[in-house]
Design a protein around this ligand. Structure first.
Ligand code: GDP
Ligand code: MG
Length: 162
């Protein structure tokens, strides 16, 4: 079986946009309204000749209720099923309490993590990405999932732990 890479993070940080960037096509549903990707969705993906299964997930929220609880459960399950996790943080917003909670979940899981500092659309936001070293998950990879900036480097980092 192919290795499974799960893309997790809060709603609206750009997970589905990143998935589409990696796939090179628009299959994952991107929405300005948070929480649209409600379930785990798996895609066949490839980078530099390496095949893997890429799983998009809904957002993960600490004080989750209702439909959001289901979304949170899906993300937690996605981490359990994953061989490697791509944890997406909105670098411009910075790490929130919800992000910190995900960090604790990831620590417990013991899974290798590639930290994607997303929405770094240009050089001005590089410092925001660097601030995410504080999460203690290793190097934050500055990426603009929207424009493609930095995504190749993040994927190269993914291959190192795949
Ligand atoms: P998800 O909820 O984490 O799956 O987030 P989406 O992929 O649906 O994206 C949420 C919003 O953020 C959409 O309006 C995207 O266009 C926007 N977005 C995603 N990636 C980027 C990025 O790198 N830069 C900017 N400026 N916006 C982004
Ligand atoms: Mg989504």
């Amino acid at each position: 079986p192919l290795p499974v890479v799960a893309v997790i993070g809060r709603p609206n940080v750009g997970k589905s946009t990143l998935v589409n960037r990696i796939l090179g096509r628009r299959e994952a549903v991107v929405e300005d309204v948070p929480g649209v990707t409600r379930d785990r969705v798996a895609y066949a993906a490839e980078w530099a000749g390496h095949d893997f299964t890429l799983v998009d997930t809904g957002g993960w929220s600490v004080d989750a209720t209702g439909i959001h609880l289901r979304v949170a459960e899906q993300a937690e399950i996605a981490v359990e099923l994953a061989d490697v996790v791509m944890f997406v943080v909105d670098a411009v917003v910075g790490a929130t309490d919800d992000d910190e909670a995900v960090v604790r979940l990831l620590r417990r899981s013991g899974k290798p993590v590639v930290l994607v500092a997303n929405k770094v659309d240009d050089q001005r936001f590089e410092a925001d990405a660097a601030a995410l070293w504080n999460l203690g998950l290793g190097e934050p990879w500055p990426v603009s999932a929207l424009h493609g900036r930095g995504s190749g480097d993040a994927l190269d980092a993914l291959l190192e732990v795949l």
